[in-house]
Design a protein around this ligand. Structure first.
Ligand SMILES: Nc1ncnc2c1ncn2[C@@H]1O[C@H](COP(=O)(O)OP(=O)(O)OP(=O)(O)O)[C@@H](O)[C@H]1O
Length: 254
């Protein structure tokens, strides 16, 4: 569980995050949504410890980041998995080498143990027998699976995903969303996903934090988002005709 209390982050005179508080529960897919420039990436980077807020606190499973010593911070970083936008695989490494990389950096496993673990996580993302392929030899959806396998290889407590669906067709995007949600439940991870994708909101939005101009303008579930009258949310969600129709259907059901 991650508890965020009143965080503020500025760059020079530009105030980007203006007092955000929320809770990201363990075992849930938590989504951060909002328009371009609303501060989603800055928020995610604060959660990753890459940016330090000037004010406010972030607690990881009850421990305040700013009160952790260096060893605790190192341990925390190693308990975080990250799926970057565009997969961010190393092109010159095979799938197996990409997935093994965090273990080589941060674990003391033997080569055999690493190989077993690589095979376990590749099987979990349905990518058996892809070990020797290079990223350029596999599809975008498969690359995302490799990125997810790499993110979970160290058994993370926290999983952060930045636009995990970008560049994927809608069907593959849903498969990737479902995979992230299954893994979140199976390993009881606190997962936080930055997304623009309304399909993701509908499919896996167990908790949604809506940012507008660096402020949390709304939070709730995917069931609630289609019923809310919050104008900022409805303007964002119903910018497309499809979602206007979905809303009408929801309202007629009630
Ligand atoms: N390192 C930085 N230095 C200065 N300004 C920054 C930095 N990182 C982000 N910003 C500014 O913070 C604001 C919010 O950016 P952020 O990347 O968080 O938006 P976003 O909601 O993730 O947008 P998008 O959906 O387009 O990725 C922008 O105005 C951006 O220019």
């Amino acid at each position: 569980m991650i508890t965020v209390d009143n965080i503020h982050k500025s760059f020079g005179d530009a105030k980007i995050l203006k007092g955000i508080s929320t809770v990201f529960d363990q075992g849930k897919t938590n989504l951060i949504i909002g328009q371009s420039g609303s501060g989603k990436t800055v928020f995610l980077k604060c959660l990753l410890g890459l940016f330090v807020p000037e004010q406010g606190t972030i607690n990881y499973s009850g421990t305040n980041y700013s009160e952790m010593d260096e060893d605790q911070r190192t341990e925390l970083r190693q308990s975080m998995g990250m799926v970057f936008q565009g997969s961010a695989l190393f092109d010159s490494m095979t799938v197996e080498e990409n997935v093994r990389f965090p273990m080589e950096m941060f674990s003391k496993k033997t080569p055999e143990e690493m190989r077993d673990r690589v095979n376990t996580v590749l099987a979990r993302v349905n990518l058996e027998n892809a070990n020797d392929k290079f990223p350029s030899e596999i599809s975008g959806g498969m690359q995302k699976r490799v990125a997810i396998a790499r993110a979970i290889v160290m058994n993370p407590k926290y999983l952060f995903c930045d636009e995990p669906n970008s560049g994927l067709d809608p069907r593959t995007a849903i498969l990737i969303d479902n995979l992230i949600q299954e893994i979140t439940k199976e390993f009881n991870i606190t997962t936080v996903i930055n997304t623009h994708d309304m399909n993701s909101v509908m499919e896996i939005g167990e908790k949604i934090v809506f940012l507008k101009d660096g402020v949390k303008a709304w939070e709730g579930t995917n069931q609630e988002i289609f019923r809310t009258d919050n104008e900022a949310v409805t303007n964002f969600v119903y910018s497309s005709e499809l979602f206007k129709k979905v809303r009408k259907m929801y309202q007629e059901e009630q």
